[in-house]
Design a protein around this ligand. Structure first.
Ligand SMILES: [Ca+2]
Ligand SMILES: [Ca+2]
Ligand SMILES: [Ca+2]
Length: 331
């Protein structure tokens, strides 16, 4: 009887130790605490990661490697008006992290050293569709952060006053000229706005090729918030009232970053035609890079145009429910 009691105590002790050690393990993988009014020093490690096409190998030939799909609003144009490569806006890897109770962090890594692009006053950020109607509500952009400390300086959040982002067909090319207003209205600029601490940026303390953004989690619906997001980088002269670009430019006016024939790609259930090489070189729409759209906090139901699930195109269709995102050639 005594030994049975002892054994029970031993099991209880082992269980207690196990719970304690699991507890400390749990603690050690949680992001360092942040303040509700200022982002934390460290960003968690469980991030949604997107890899984007890069162009350093083809830059000497003044062409993009690929990845530009005008009809879906996917751009691969980190080049100037003369097809000069801008590695400091060539998106490479983007991570979105929601482990922190107070902040959503976005880490944007490009091919070149960020500060080496200062002459072009580049902007880095994220577009957000917060009501899941495929129309962007917000565009959060930062200029090159002054340093590796979080600051609100240079961070601007734009919205659109007509809630008609993307015209009659969000994401896709409108058949007639879109007259919607684009990102025409600032709701936050360098700490000025209803909430002076809404969004922050810094250069990554670990990587000179990375810009980091922090947006208050409550702005995006809190920890259970659902939104569509995707990153942008652009030269600072980009006209934000021209969003969405594939409505406000024809492909002929925008130009093309590739010389290749347009290719039909089967892409996670989508069938898309890449941008035609006959429109080479870049004309009106240059100095921009982005990626497909991604869901956060929800699984997309039905067809959401421009959504990516993996960035690797395949030559054969992946069996999935039928998807058709028609490419509408400019007339
Ligand atoms: Ca890129
Ligand atoms: Ca929306
Ligand atoms: Ca449209």
């Amino acid at each position: 009887m005594r030994s049975v009691v002892f054994r029970q105590w031993s099991i209880a002790a082992i269980l207690t130790l196990l719970v304690l050690s699991l507890g400390s393990l749990n603690h050690s993988i949680t992001a360092a605490p942040s303040s509700p009014e200022k982002p934390g020093d460290t960003i968690g490690t469980k991030s949604r990661t997107i890899y984007d096409q890069t162009n350093e190998k083809t830059a000497k030939d003044k062409v993009a490697y690929g990845g530009d799909v005008f009809g879906l609003g996917w751009y691969e144009r980190p080049f100037d008006q003369n097809m000069g490569y801008m590695p400091f806006i060539d998106l490479q890897k983007i991570q979105l992290n929601r482990e922190d109770a107070n902040w959503v962090y976005i880490q944007i890594q490009v091919v070149g050293i960020v500060t080496e692009g200062s002459g072009a006053t580049p902007l880095y950020g994220v577009e957000l569709d917060t009501d899941l109607d495929n129309r962007g509500e917000f565009l959060v952009l930062t200029s090159i952060p002054a340093g590796t400390e979080w600051a609100t300086q240079g961070v601007v959040i734009y919205t659109n006053s007509d809630n008609m982002m993307g015209g009659s067909k969000p994401v896709l090319i409108d058949k007639s000229v879109a007259t919607n207003m684009g990102y025409d209205k600032e709701i936050f600029n360098s700490g000025k706005g209803d909430d002076p601490n809404l969004a922050w940026s810094r250069l990554s303390p670990k990587d000179p090729k990375m810009v980091e953004l922090a947006i208050k989690s409550t702005f995006l619906g809190g920890q259970k918030g659902k939104f569509i997001w995707f990153p942008w980088s652009m030269a600072g002269t980009t006209d934000l009232t021209k969003f969405e670009f594939n409505d406000k430019f024809t492909l002929a006016d925008a130009g093309s970053p590739v010389k290749k024939e347009a290719q039909l790609l089967h892409f996670n259930g989508f069938t898309v035609l890449t941008t035609s090489g006959s429109e080479y070189p870049l004309k009106g729409l240059w100095g921009v890079d982005n990626t497909p759209r991604y869901p956060s906090g929800f699984t997309p139901m039905g067809q959401m145009p421009g959504m990516g699930q993996s960035y690797e195109p395949t030559t054969e269709p992946i069996p999935r429910p039928p998807a058709d995102v028609p490419y509408i050639p400019p007339t």
